[in-house]
Design a protein around this ligand. Sequence first.
Ligand code: 1CP
Length: 356
Amino acid sequence: MEFPVLKNDRLLRAAKGEKVDVVPVWVMRQAGRYLPEFREERSKADFFTMCQTPELACKVTLQPIERFPLDAAIIFSDILVIPQALGMDVEMRPGEGPVFPSPLSEPSDLSKLGKASEVCCKLQYVFNAITLTRHRLQGKVPLIGFCGAPWTIMAYMIEGKGSKTMSKAKSWFYKYPEESHALLQLITDATIEYLVGQVKAGAQLLQVFESHAEHLGPYLFKEYALPYLKLIVDQVKERVAAQGLDSIPMTIFPKGGHYCLKDVAQLNYDVIGIDWTVDPAKARELVGPNKTLQGNLDPCALYASKDNISKMVQEMVNRFGVHRYIANLGHGIYPDMDPEHLAAFIEAVHKHESKE
Ligand code: 1CP
């Protein structure tokens, strides 16, 4: 597929470990409720209708790009489109977030799920949104595609919504280890197809969100998360190459996963995202010199004055260094954030030029 020439390749350069002119920056949930123009669109349509309508998904993906000098766009969608494509109902309830009315409760429920190979047909709307957005971006910045990591998706499929303890989902590891692996393998197979489809459609970097890494700890992570994260990065890269497509960098964001950074650094991901509870120097020590780090300002730090935001960004960049670094928050931006404070964050990051 032919797309407009990319004019700002800072994010891709940083991801690949190449020199950059200034530190690249984007923000998780940059297309979201803190923007009045997003709330306006959202008041007219249901969340998943927005995801499923390429014109609408494209429009809200571009909103933060039109407002701020960000270095990347991320396609508007959700990680929960994979369980939906496997046949589960998901509702987005106001004030509550996503809810599965009939979550998986025992292994026999696995027979109700669809096949991994069918997922791509059902998610064609995401591919169409990506292709449309790549054209409408006119090469201004690269477009990020994404998915949830298998454990994080499994957690929602069993819990049915967010949870403080993930006790229902984790109980499967202790009661039904074999079926847990079968479920994780199904999600992994579907995810690999889905990510390759996103690259074919025009995604230029892929981020895998392991949002619930904190619940696992080192032993469960090694058994139930790491092997699937490895399959995803290896298979996606192999299939992208086999289809003659340009190779693309991949990011893993194991939120709350201090304990797993060293193991995750052994995988073929180019970028490792860290949340604000990890010290950048410690992260660098754990992942070694050959990975790009992404993060990690506390999302709440954007409640500070613009002057203080600028100072905190200065300290953050000093800790990470200008190279092999992508600035971001340590998690998604909050819905009640003043967009002007995000502007201050971005401006402060871009002050950091490479001296070499
Ligand atoms: O701008 C962007 O970042 C792109 C859009 C995007 C992304 C990358 C959305 C839109 N969701 C996601 C990923 C996502 N979805 C994650 C991984 C990132 C993270 O850890 O936050 C997760 C865990 C979800 C699941 C989800 N969807 C939640 C969390 C539920 C919980 O309690 O655990 C919520 C609240 C949503 C809804 C959602 N997704 C996206 C938006 C803008 C919203 C708000 C819903 C609305 O407008 O009503």
